[in-house]
Design a protein around this ligand. Structure first.
Ligand SMILES: N[C@@H](CCC(=O)N[C@@H](CS)C(=O)NCC(=O)O)C(=O)O
Length: 231
């Protein structure tokens, strides 16, 4: 209080500084309150979907495929195969681990596609792989790790960096206004992430070759089947 009364408001610069600070503080508080209300409203909606209905939080739909996030596509495909009821929310795509997708199930939030699927298998007693012996299950897990941890990097380095987001923007249903700005930020962000991961230190030609080999490998594993190791 003493400090406030000692501020010399007759100095125009101090007065302007005070007005600006108060304005910024009010804008910040307004933004925080709006976000808090939005979250509260969304949470109320999510709580009303009913017991054992999964809320799948993910990016908005692609134009030609359900979702351009491979992990979101993986979870949604699993939900369909396992006949689990779900609703989609695209307002809050980033979850408890700061990644997309995530789910809410009976009031609980879960992040990471693999953790989500393991939990759903357990809670809904899903038996999609029960026809496989232990060796086949282990091989399937190796294919999953290849897709999740390797092919993912092939896809995103090509999509956002080498291709400069061109194909991505043609296949995504983004507001057109974002089209010119998106590549500017995304190409750099993904290139930096890929370099930190290690995949991005390769030349574009090397990345392209690695990606082609990965696709051919997956294609040979699948053969003519739609599923790996169909029973
Ligand atoms: N291990 C996670 C990976 C999820 C992930 O990386 N999702 C991407 C979208 S495809 C994401 O949220 N990226 C935003 C970021 O990393 O900031 C999973 O399996 O769900």
């Amino acid at each position: 209080m003493i400090a406030i009364t000692q501020i010399n408001l007759s100095n125009p610069w101090i007065a302007r500084g005070c007005v600006l600070s108060a304005g910024l503080l009010m804008a910040f508080l307004a933004k925080e309150t709006a976000e808090w209300w939005k979250k509260k409203k969304l949470r109320r909606e999510w709580n009303s979907v009913g017991k054992d209905v999964v809320i799948l939080h993910q990016f908005i739909r692609g134009k030609y495929c359900l979702n351009l996030s491979p992990y979101a596509l993986k979870v949604e495909t699993f939900l369909r195969l396992a006949n689990i009821k779900y609703v989609v929310d695209s307002d809050s795509p980033y979850g408890p681990k700061g990644k997309c997708p995530w789910i809410t199930l009976n009031g609980e939030d879960l992040g990471d596609s693999e953790i989500i699927i393991r939990r759903l298998v357990q809670d809904f007693k899903v038996e999609l792989n029960n026809h496989l012996d232990n060796r086949r299950k282990a091989e399937l897990e190796a294919v999953r790790i290849m897709a999740d941890e390797y092919v993912f990097w092939c896809v995103i380095t090509w999509r956002y960096w080498l291709d400069g987001c061109v194909t991505f923007l043609q296949t995504h249903s983004f507001p057109t206004l974002l089209n010119p700005i998106f590549p500017f930020f995304m190409t750099r962000a993904i290139r930096d992430k890929a370099v930190m991961h290690g995949f991005g230190v390769h030349t574009p030609d090397e990345i392209y070759e690695f990606s082609k080999t990965a696709c051919k490998t997956l294609s040979k594993i699948l053969g003519k089947s739609l599923f790996v190791f169909r029973g």
